[in-house]
Design a protein around this ligand. Structure first.
Ligand code: SF4
Length: 453
């Protein structure tokens, strides 16, 4: 039996897919590169933006046509959209399985059930916004994951936290992934040791608010700084990254201190601001002002002077005026991010913003603000990247670049620095999964180009 597994969305989804793939391989399944060659098609979905959901719907339309000639093809929708829509997804006639993110451990069983009993099946958590994920069943599934077939050689994600209960007014995550829960340090360490034994050199700890990691065991409360210290002691793990940080003072200095003191912790902080206007931040229910946010960046740079910082922004949030937007532009200029992820607001069903706020910024204004903010960020990125010219940087090599221009018969490779800069250079393909030193000769806003040293 062959499975085609397609993944949309964030790192959490990529990790879920890696875990599903590993469990299906253990159950004897092989993997296909496209739906036509597969007996089972699984789509791991994202609900964060409307666009992502529309793409899944159009895939399901295509799969319906394939199923007309191959009625035995099993189609499963898993992840956030499955949790959000539940059995409503059966309106798409191609769908046989609907499985929420907290139920992915059940996928091998669900596939077997559909094949044997020829009936549609759904596994989601009722009232997920009021409960924490079923940690026990997920934990067993999670710790068994050994990172054998990661997308990028020698790199793996490790979940530190499930869910989120911040309820930012625009965000669907608390409604599809349940309340925030931290995994035990013991489970995370055990899993990371296993990954290291399988050749993983870089792990990225994942949490929707990773800096809020907190686990009580007896008299001791572990925070992310403790976790970073414990993981630093694992032989074989050489780089540790963590995403995504939420702007908050709690444990912040401890985490920055750990980054400054522990050589294995990468000097990279992804800390979304979302807006530079206090009025919009309040409407977003973010719980901080732009001044408080900028103070956090100052603290980070005081403790870790060479830190690379990335941001996230939503433009065109309900009620965002030209003045609100210009405050966002100001914040981006002051923050001097290495890069920013900029999105146009789209209402997500069920969220507070969707229920209470009118989506009243016209699409063309959203487009214009998006474009303008990208331009501002591009100039900052260009200047920061240019500072690296002439320096030699250490990268973890990911593999051949998509363009793959050959020089002296050597392919073009891609690697990432500790500060998450992408570096492109020519070198032997067997460097994938290994560290290399690259002398940077020229730069663009998002990429460093250089020569292998
Ligand atoms: S912190 Fe806010 S934006 Fe981030 S996942 Fe939680 S609710 Fe969503």
């Amino acid at each position: 039996m062959k499975v085609f597994l397609q993944t949309f969305g964030c790192q959490m989804n990529k990790l879920d897919s890696a875990i599903v793939e590993s469990s299906l391989r253990d159950a004897g399944y092989q993997f296909a590169n496209n739906a036509k060659d597969a007996d089972v098609v699984l789509i791991n979905t994202c609900s964060v933006r409307d666009h992502a959901e529309q793409r899944v719907m159009s895939h399901l339309g295509n799969l319906k046509h394939i199923k007309e000639t191959r009625p035995d093809l099993v189609v499963g929708v898993i992840g956030c959209m499955a949790q959000r829509l539940g059995s409503e997804l059966f309106k798409q006639s191609a769908v046989d399985i609907v499985c929420g993110p907290a139920q992915i451990a059940e996928i091998p069983r669900l596939i077997a059930e559909v094949m044997q009993e020829k009936k549609k099946t759904v596994a989601v958590t009722e009232k997920i916004r009021q409960i924490s994920p079923d940690a026990q069943s997920l934990e067993r599934f999670e710790t068994e994951y050994s990172g054998d077939d990661t997308d990028i050689p020698a790199q793996a994600y490790v979940r530190a936290m499930h869910g989120c209960d911040k309820f930012c007014s625009y965000c669907v995550v608390p409604y599809v992934r349940g309340l925030e829960t931290s995994r035990s340090p013991e489970a995370i360490i055990e899993q990371t040791k296993r990954l290291a034994q399988n050749g993983i050199k870089q792990i990225t700890l994942l949490g929707q608010r990773i800096n809020a990691y907190e686990y009580k065991a007896g008299d001791k409360t572990y925070c992310l700084a403790d976790l970073l210290e414990m993981i630093s002691e694992i032989d074989g793990i050489e780089w540790i990254k963590f995403v995504t940080s939420y702007p908050s003072q709690k444990y912040y200095k401890e985490i920055m201190q750990a980054m400054a003191e522990l050589p294995k912790v990468c000097r990279y902080l992804h800390i979304p601001a979302q807006s530079g206007s206090d009025q919009i931040l309040k409407a977003m229910n973010r719980g901080y002002t732009s001044a408080e946010y900028l103070e956090l960046l100052d603290i980070a740079r005081q403790i870790v002077p060479d830190i690379a910082i990335a941001g996230d922004f939503i433009v065109g949030f309900p009620g965002e005026t030209d003045d609100d937007f210009s405050q966002t532009v100001d914040l981006v200029k002051k923050a001097r991010y290495k890069n920013s992820f900029i999105f146009k607001y789209s209402p997500r069903p069920g969220t507070i913003a969707d229920k209470r706020l009118e989506d009243n910024v016209p699409q063309e204004i959203k487009e214009r603000r998006n474009h303008e903010l990208l331009k501002v960020q591009e100039e900052i990125s260009r200047a920061l990247a240019a500072e690296v010219t002439g320096r030699t940087v250490k990268v973890l090599v990911e593999g051949p670049s998509k363009k793959s221009h050959q020089v002296d018969n050597l392919p073009q490779l891609i690697g990432r620095t500790s500060g998450d800069w992408i570096a492109v250079f020519n070198g032997p393909e067997n460097l994938a999964g290994r560290f290399a030193n690259v002398k940077i000769t020229r730069t663009t806003p998002l990429t460093l180009f250089g020569e292998l040293v």
